[in-house]
Design a protein around this ligand. Sequence first.
Ligand code: NAD
Length: 475
Amino acid sequence: MAVGVATVAEDLRAVFSTGKTRSYEWRASQLKALEKVATCHDKELAEALYSDLRKPEHEAFVFEIAGVAKACKFALKELRRWMKPEKVKTSMTTFPSSGEIVSEPLGAVLIISAWNYPVLLSLDPVIGAIAAGNAVVLKPSEIAPATSSALAKLLGQYMDTSAVKVVEGGVPETTTLLEQNWDKIFYTGNSKIGRIVMTAAAKHLTPVVLELGGKCPAVVDSNVDLKVAARRLAAGKFCNSGQTCVSPDYVLTSNEFAPKLINAISSEVEKFYGKDPLQSNDLARIINARHFQRVANLLDDEKISDKIVFGGQRDKTNLKISPTIILDAPGDSLVMGEEIFGPLLPIITVNKVEDSIPFINAKEKPLAAYLFSSDKKLEEKFITGVSAGGMTINDTTLHLAEHGLPFGGVGESGMGAYHGKFSFDAFSHKKAVLVRSFKGDISARYPPYTTRKLNLLKAILSGNIIRILRAIFGL
Ligand code: NAD
């Protein structure tokens, strides 16, 4: 374990206490440095992603590296506005006074990230942490070692390393980090480890953001533009070989529409990856042998042996599994029992598309939910009737690309949110500040208490000006 890991929170808090991370200039300089990491080293980062995941350059750039550069630019543009205290109207209760919400940095924060989008999931929260004026430790995932090492090298080269540090490593290093007293912990990964993180945080009463996963449903109505819906579903599902926290985990559609939908998705998959997807450079691999075996076990479950209607091939040497469609996997099959996080797409049929809503609600709240439909009434029912971290209607995954929308889970899929201003808020304390004048100091507030004083205060608290005048003048 690297020297200094055991005391890194304390060391960072000492740097934070000097006040250096609070100034606009420091925050802006660090955001610019991070933007440079993404823009000047895009090739190096894409190579690391290829090494870890065989991630196609297109996916590396569009879904990770460009996302980081864009988020830095946006934070730089908005930073002064975000940092400004927010004026609040005050009431008769505290008259005369002025109120404001001051966004205060929290101190030393810890970011633990996951392997599936290891550049984006590491740097996106760092943007929020530094924009909010914190000192930060990033712990990238050891499951994507090339990216972890590239991030450690580049952040070491570009950032102010007294206040922005990268600690590489796995469970022992993360455990050592979690033993320390942080001002916030931001964790991305599975919910089992999420519980370990939250338990460790509770010891110090440290607040947490948990960005977890789950089984994200996609409901497809029969009135859709089939070609577009199938293409968007296939893209959301099979990008990064299904190793995407918001990829549609399974599809719900009506009995009679299912065959058409399966044909349309299969045809799009063939257009994307050719007749033999295992040979395609546009299909990422499964991250490692352990995860390959996990996904292979889902596929080998005898409960679905006669349900595979498309795909099903695998290449153990190159850790690739072809996009696979499974029709009506039973509820007690492995593939319907856990988050798939691989290129397997169960399609579950229901009598009416509306039946999808109770089906989804019988499971844990997902990180994302999708509906493809031209029926506005169904859309409204879905938006109000399904609880999920976020939703995209008539497409998949794209709600996370909008800075104006919070990204995070609910229930089993997580707590807290980030992106855009929500990232800044996630790493800030919203301090309430009320400034009173020495004028207007009414004696009714103070003992000795009398009925007249009480009546006057009741009148003031009612906010009714006539009552107040009556109480003052005894009318
Ligand atoms: P992972 O294996 O990389 O683990 C995440 C982090 O937890 C790593 O940094 C790892 O070092 C650390 N960790 C592992 N074991 C630990 C332990 N015992 N104690 C302390 N820390 C430990 O990633 P993963 O969990 O396989 O990621 C996949 C999961 O993450 C899926 O469920 C996916 O849906 C979810 N995910 C969520 C989001 C989101 O934004 N909500 C994004 C990506 C992935």
